[in-house]
Ligand binder design. Structure first.
Ligand code: 13P
Length: 255
């Protein structure tokens, strides 16, 4: 049985004060957070403050990116050591906004995945097709390529621990979510690719989220799909109330 996981990707939103007030408003529902793993990924500038505010609530902290070196002359970058130092458990890697706005390629993402594991950070590896690729019928091919390129030479036991987030680019921030049955089909294929590459046991263990316009109103339907283990939430994670509704919906939907 895979434990559901809901992660908040705040992207480039929230000052320190705003991050703190979100954390204060989020109910201290520790029994819920034991059943559904909850991760908050604030911008780097708010990581420490949010981490302190969330202490004792049973909620984990994640970074939104890293540079694949421990330290050095990399102006403007943040290292896995720094994320570990602030108490991060997870790190989002390969998000479509970084792939498309900043030109990140699978090879570079693969270096980041390796760097994350080297510092005991669990990657939430994002992948997904654009609308054009979907219309061409290339969804599965694109997702498989991104998966294999980003996870090249990663050990089976590491793959089993990490999280994959299938986020179709056309569903991100648009209010148009994928049909749960379509997301389930793509995610089931990704699980098969993982089983083939790293073994059945790993394919059965790895958690795969759906992301793209997830809201309190649609989370249950996604969670009721056999292969969908959670969600990576952008816009609807910015308000404590709607994010909490999503976490509750995830528990109900996966029952
Ligand atoms: P939205 O939930 O705003 O569509 O964003 C999804 C996303 O990109 C999460 O990483």
């Amino acid at each position: 049985m895979r434990k559901p996981i809901i992660a908040a990707n705040w992207k480039m939103n929230k000052t320190v004060q705003e991050g703190k007030s979100f954390s204060t408003l989020l109910p201290a529902d520790t029994s819920l957070y034991q059943e559904v793993e909850v991760v908050i990924c604030p911008p780097f500038t708010a990581l420490q403050a949010v981490g302190e505010e969330l202490k004792g609530k049973g909620i984990k902290l994640g970074g939104q990116n890293l540079y694949p070196m421990e330290k050095g002359a990399f102006t403007g970058e943040v290292s896995p050591l720094m994320l570990q130092d602030l108490g991060c458990t997870y790190v989002i890697l390969g998000h479509s906004e970084r792939r498309h706005l900043l030109g990140e390629k699978d090879e570079f993402i693969n270096q980041k995945v390796k760097a994350a594991f080297a510092f005991d950070l669990l990657p939430i590896l994002c992948l997904g097709e654009t609308l054009e690729q979907r219309q061409k019928g290339a969804t599965e091919e694109v997702c498989h390529q991104q998966l294999q390129g980003s996870l090249k030479d990663i050990e089976a036991q590491d793959v089993a621990q990490m999280v994959i987030a299938y986020e179709p680019v056309w569903a991100i921030g648009t209010g148009v979510h994928a049909r749960p049955a379509d997301a389930e089909k793509t995610i089931a294929c990704l699980r098969q690719v993982i089983s083939k590459e790293w073994g059945e046991e790993i394919g059965a263990a790895v958690r795969i989220q759906y992301g793209g316009s997830v809201k309190p109103e649609n989370i249950r339907e996604f969670m009721s799909c056999a292969n969908i283990d959670g969600a990576l939430v952008g816009g609807a994670s910015l308000k404590a109330d709607s994010f909490y509704q999503i976490v509750r919906g995830a528990r109900e939907g996966s029952e």
